[in-house]
Design a protein around this ligand. Structure first.
Ligand SMILES: *Cc1c(COP(=O)(O)O)cnc(C)c1O
Length: 403
């Protein structure tokens, strides 16, 4: 043992202990290494497995058109953005992407950030502060929760998941307190159950109490609404819902986040969103590939249509086999199995049978609701889905989950 190891051992013991504790409780995450591009099938540990795990809803993550666009842009602009945009300037394709996204979403303007995560944290912390209130769905994504923490001096209210009586009760309490601004925040599509937030009813309540509305549409973008225009489009609430946060890491198949909103909101975020001011811009290949993804979505609804046809096909057959898919309204297909051990055993057997489907348990989902969350993609063929369904049926019978 080197002397350096001896010296650091003591002060890192708490981490070593915590890691051992995670392992003892079965909560230690190990990550599979892929040796292939994203797609319906993956190469993992020397085996070809059917991919039921990725958010690559439209199969764009390895699309040749996106790859070609990224290469072309790199030939012209190189790879990196140099620095933050406010200091090093912005590359033409960044502003092109913002303009195209604004057209696609039917909003005044958009601001592009490095990820959906930074779009949420940056926007929330910039928009509200002391003397304001945030009213948040109990099951909102971690990046919203972190954004709320960063807006530390704003008061926080949490309403029961998608429960409009609970939201109204919180609005009543908050509206008696004379806040400068009240911001309601919800996921558009909830990623663990696939349910859609009732944005129409949220908008009505917001109107009644004078609150600003914000939706994180990470799982709605490219999936719901006309041609994948997202949750606001799904409900026909253009110009009514104030702020849409999008990610380009899911259906768009690339990386990056954005805020689509009315002009004063986007203008303010360009002045004050900290991930915009203090973190470098999206890279050149990401930006060019995102632009191509917008082109593809604007050009045709074919991929979105195929995604939905696949989802309906899979979900109908899984339900008729007796699997519990919960309350999903989207291609997210949670196969709810109960105890964490059952979900883990199920996932392990699936992998042995050539299906990549990760078990998700507490605290990501409630106790007793552990599941394999199957993510359906337009990249799957009907034959792929048949393989998946037959394997679920086989393992389900083996483990006594279905008859
Ligand atoms: C995935 C996700 C994000 C983060 O998006 P990235 O672009 O991957 O950072 C934010 N919100 C929700 C609801 C998500 O599902």
């Amino acid at each position: 043992m080197s002397s350096a190891t001896v010296r650091t051992a003591g002060k890192l013991d708490y981490l070593v202990d915590q890691l051992a504790d995670l392992k003892a409780k079965g909560l230690y995450t190990t990550i599979r290494t892929l040796d292939s591009a994203q797609g319906a099938w993956l190469e993992i540990e020397g085996r070809r497995v059917l991919n039921f795990c990725s958010n690559n809803y439209l199969g764009l993550a390895n699309d040749p058109l996106l790859v070609a666009a990224a290469k072309e842009a790199m030939d012209r602009y190189g790879v990196g953005p140099g620095a933050v945009r406010t200091i090093a300037g912005t590359v033409r394709i960044h502003t092109d992407l913002e303009r195209r996204l604004a057209q696609f979403k039917g909003v005044d303007d958009t601001i592009v950030l490095q990820s959906g995560f930074t779009a949420n944290t940056g926007a929330i912390a910039a928009l509200v502060g002391p003397g304001d209130a945030i009213i948040s769905d109990a099951l909102n994504h971690a990046s919203i929760i972190d954004g709320v923490r960063l807006a530390g001096k704003a008061d926080r209210y949490v309403y029961e998941h998608c429960d409009m009586d609970s939201l109204e009760a919180q609005l009543k309490v908050a509206s008696g307190k004379g806040y400068r601004a009240m911001l309601i925040i919800t996921d558009g599509v909830f990623s663990m159950d696939g349910d859609i937030a009732p944005l129409d009813r949220i908008a009505e309540l917001a109107e009644r109490y004078g609150a600003i509305t914000m939706v994180d549409d990470a799982h709605g973008e490219g999936v719901i609404g006309r041609g994948g225009r997202g949750a606001v489009d799904h409900f026909g609430l253009h110009g009514v819902f104030d702020i849409e946060v999008g990610t380009m890491s899911k259906a768009f198949g690339v990386m990056g986040g954005y805020v689509a909103a009315k002009q004063p909101i986007v203008d303010w975020l360009r002045q004050r969103a900290r991930p915009f001011l203090f973190s470098s811009a999206l890279t050149i290949p990401d930006t060019a590939a995102c632009l191509k993804a917008v082109d593809i979505l604007e050009g045709s609804t074919e991929r979105v249509d195929r995604l939905w046809a696949n989802a309906r096909y899979f979900q109908a057959r899984m339900k008729s086999l007796g699997f519990n898919l919960g309350v999903t309204q989207t291609p997210i297909s949670p196969v709810i199995l109960g105890e964490a051990q059952v979900a883990q055993a199920f996932s392990r057997r699936l992998f042995e049978e050539g299906i990549f489907g990760t078990a998700i348990a507490f605290p990501t989902v409630p106790l007793g609701k552990a599941r394999i969350r199957v993510m359906i993609s337009a990249a799957h063929s009907e034959a792929d889905l048949d393989v998946g369904i037959a394997t679920f049926a086989k393992v389900g019978r083996e483990l006594g989950v279905v008859g």
